[in-house]
Write a protein that binds this ligand. Sequence first.
Ligand code: T4K
Length: 386
Amino acid sequence: MTSRKPIYVTQPELPSLEEFMPYLQKIWDARVLTNGGPFHAMFEAALCEYLGVKHISLFTNATIALVTALQALRIGGEVITTPYSFVATAHSRMWNGVKPVFVDVDPETLNMDPARIEAAITPQTTAIMPIHCYGTPCDVEAIQRIADDYNLKVIYDAAHAFGVRREEGGELRSVLNHGDLSVLSFHATKVFNTFEGGAIICPDAKTKQRIDHLKNFGFVNETTVVATGINGKMSEFNAALGLVQLKHIDEAIARRGAIESRYRELLRDVPGVRMLERPAGVTPNHSYFPILVGPAFALGRDGLYHGLREHGVMARRYFYPLISDFPMYRGLPSADAARLPVARAASEQVLCLPIYPALANEDVERIAAIVAAGAVASSLPMPLAA
Ligand code: T4K
């Protein structure tokens, strides 16, 4: 086993403590720690401006934000969704007593396949809940057309899509402006982090107000409670950190882009490795770097996963297993493997390689070299101690 420090799939970006200290000092001086303090308000305004969205409501994390988004739109019955995601997407529905109906994904983007949605609609369907997987925008126009035709709501799990833009009518616009609501994650492992954190993007002030009440136990004022809300508020610490992080985000995304380009060059001709194409007109955030390890790859996906670990490289199988294979979902008719062949193949082939701004170029080269070696050999050479 190598004595190098392990390389994880990601490493959170942080500002210097020096830069953050004045913000902490202000919190210490004011003794306003949470419940909608000044940094919370400033961070909401700064995010609206950076992301190019009208209204945003900050949360403790994306999972509580997803649970609240469903509450805000009073979603019940059945929700059509993807099995190819992090388990929080589905759990948020179960916390609302809503039944997930899984449909297969598109082989090019691994996003929900709009062609499958219509056939899954029943009289109980109330909403569609897709994710912009790895930050690749869904086919938002096709999804909206179906939603309009059947009077369904659309809630995007946009946990991966911070800062992603699309060309629309000659302009670059945030992908977060689509659907009725979009939910972001600012978890430590995301492109943009506030340690823990999340947000709901909403189209109008009235919806934001409802969401703001819901995340504060349903309180409107000291004595009035209008809904069975939850505690989903972001603290001043997280909001202040977010304000500082925002100053560095463009640089961080640019560095991620350079790493992705290098991986793509190095892995272009490796047999059995497929990389996802970026749809035209999209400004990406390079949040993940998934490769699909196909049958022509000698070592196989799991062989490569374990081989990389031997070399101290902790790549991750996002998303394996499929959500529809977890015990609380696998009994659903829509979880039947035969109905989800594309998602199943992807979950058996995918490996997300490390990508984060502090990843050194030489490590990118070394990781790509290990992948290339695994393509043609059924075992990898033992790593040399560094
Ligand atoms: N929807 C989607 C589509 C999502 O992907 C997620 C979260 C959510 C909703 C829910 O968002 P939040 O409620 O979390 O805001 C991670 C994250 O915990 C999870 O947030 C994320 N998706 C998911 C894709 O990945 P794990 O189980 O892989 O995390 P973990 O702890 O193994 O971290 C991965 C690696 O990152 C570690 O090996 C080392 C590194 N790391 C991690 C943390 C937490 C660090 O270096 N520092 C850290 O503080 O789930």
